[in-house]
Ligand binder design. Structure first.
Ligand SMILES: Cc1cc2nc3c(=O)[nH]c(=O)nc-3n(C[C@H](O)[C@H](O)[C@H](O)COP(=O)(O)O)c2cc1C
Length: 435
């Protein structure tokens, strides 16, 4: 039995099946985008040329397209945030800061370990499909809380200037037993300071915020007690909301628990069924897997991603598709999103945005135009790849699955209302047999 149970899941594995004239148009746009062109006005281009609409939702905000950068090593500096905005990403989640109270005391100090060395490596999943993972032994933000607030201040200003949504992310005290009280002083200091920084930036509405339950937490003694883990999910939202009522849009970034799927089902069920006073505004589903035997630079026990991660996430979301719909909760997808097609797979299961980390790091297999940065090149591929890109797959969904709104548009936001797999698209999904 593998350490992490990976369900068998039907995946889209073919190229988009669309008319060749349409494919040529998409290909021409892709080539132009790799040379520096970008659609302007953005939404009009897709509506008029392709009769598709890419608009999504992240943290309750409308976004031009679903793609953003997940929290991590690629959202630690203002230069990275600015490159993301200039490339046209819809949102960026800043690196997770480890919370402290007003005196500087940190109960989760063990997570404040940064490291600059990462290895981007090929990985083969249990389905035999290959992909990429990033090996790394760091955890959260390793610098001071003041430095993090400075990153937030500058990033919120970039948001005001460019319109790209920016979210902060934090990990604060988590009780190690069922009767240990929460250290609310950490929540008050972190959320209060972030909210003041947000208000000073002049951005309207509540501050987008993610509470991270990380893979290293999944591998830690703290989450060995399943009841304790479920207690965190049950009780955490008021800790954040009470500091700034109506001031924060709260997202819970759920972990992938180590081991069998049963606990994973309990995690998502708990998060989807929280009563109104404990309910987050959105979920992020779901952070990387943890393997206590996997090593990097003599450090044993690291997180990993790749095909097993997307298979597990999509499998669990498929199992819970009715509950996801009934909950009405917004879900931001994360995990091995390597193409517009994989994003569509998450959208069919209820997700409204897609946040990536690994794809921004993998070696690029297409010609490099020095004036076009890496983030833009990845975004161009996600949207315009004629086989696997989002536009091609929305056109496929219109042609084969009946995805069409009253205006005749095939919309990203409409995918979540199709059945999974849509009756007419069974042939497009392929069951991957276990090895
Ligand atoms: C090197 C690295 C560091 C990360 N750090 C964080 C973090 O600090 N906070 C967080 O919520 N997620 C973190 N993540 C998770 C990513 O945001 C993302 O959810 C996850 O890697 C799955 O997406 P991917 O398969 O596209 O990489 C990190 C991921 C990587 C690879």
């Amino acid at each position: 039995m593998p350490i992490n149970e990976i369900p068998h899941v039907d995946r889209l594995s073919r190229h988009a099946d669309i008319e060749s004239s349409l494919s040529s148009l998409i290909e021409a746009d892709y080539e132009s985008a790799l040379r520096g062109w970008w659609p302007e006005p953005f939404a009009d281009h897709f509506r008029e040329v392709y009769q598709v609409e890419l608009t999504g939702t992240y943290a309750g905000r409308a976004i031009d397209h679903p793609f953003g950068k997940g929290s991590g090593q690629l959202s630690m500096t203002l230069a990275q945030v600015r490159e993301s905005a200039e490339a046209g990403l819809a949102f960026v989640v800043l690196k997770t800061v480890i919370g402290e109270d007003a005196s500087g005391s940190r109960s989760m100090a063990a997570w404040a370990t940064d490291d600059i060395r990462m290895a981007v490596e090929p990985i083969v999943g249990q389905s035999n499909r290959s992909g990429w993972t990033v090996s790394w032994k760091g955890r959260g933000w390793g610098r001071s809380f003041e430095d993090y607030l400075a990153l937030c201040r500058g990033s919120f200003e970039i948001m005001t200037e460019t319109g790209m949504t920016v979210a902060a992310s934090a990990k604060m005290h988590l009780p190690a037993s069922l009767d240990e009280p929460w250290r609310l002083a950490e929540y008050e200091n972190v959320i209060g300071s972030l909210a003041r920084t947000w208000h000073d930036s002049g951005n309207p509405g509540p501050m987008p915020f993610e509470k991270d339950f990380s893979p290293t937490l999944a591998g830690d003694d703290r989450s060995r007690s399943h009841d304790c883990l479920l207690r965190w999910l049950n009780e955490i939202v008021p800790n954040i909301r009470n500091v700034e009522p109506n001031g924060t849009t709260i997202g819970l970034k759920l972990m992938n628990a180590v081991g069998p799927l049963e606990l994973q089902h309990r995690i998502i069920d708990t998060a989807l069924n929280l009563p109104p006073d404990r309910r987050p505004d959105f979920l992020v589903y779901a952070n990387r897997l943890f393997d206590s035997d996997k090593s990097f630079e003599a450090h044993r026990g690291i997180a990993y991603g790749g095909p097993d991660l997307s298979d597990r996430n999509l499998g669990v979301l498929t199992d819970r598709q009715i509950r996801v719909r009934n909950s009405g909760l917004e879900i931001s997808a994360t995990g091995d999103i390597d193409s517009g097609r994989t994003a569509v797979e998450y959208a069919l299961r209820g997700c409204t945005s897609a946040q990536l980390h690994t794809l921004f790091q993998v070696p690029l297999d297409y010609p490099i135009e020095p004036t076009v940065g890496r983030v833009r090149r990845v975004l161009a591929r996600l949207i315009f790849d004629p086989h696997d890109g989002l536009v091609a797959w929305l056109a496929h969904a219109r042609a084969h699955w009946g995805l069409r709104d009253s205006r005749g548009l095939a919309c990203w936001s409409g995918l979540r209302h199709l059945a999974i797999p849509p009756e007419r698209c069974i042939r497009d999904f392929q069951t991957r047999s276990p090895q």
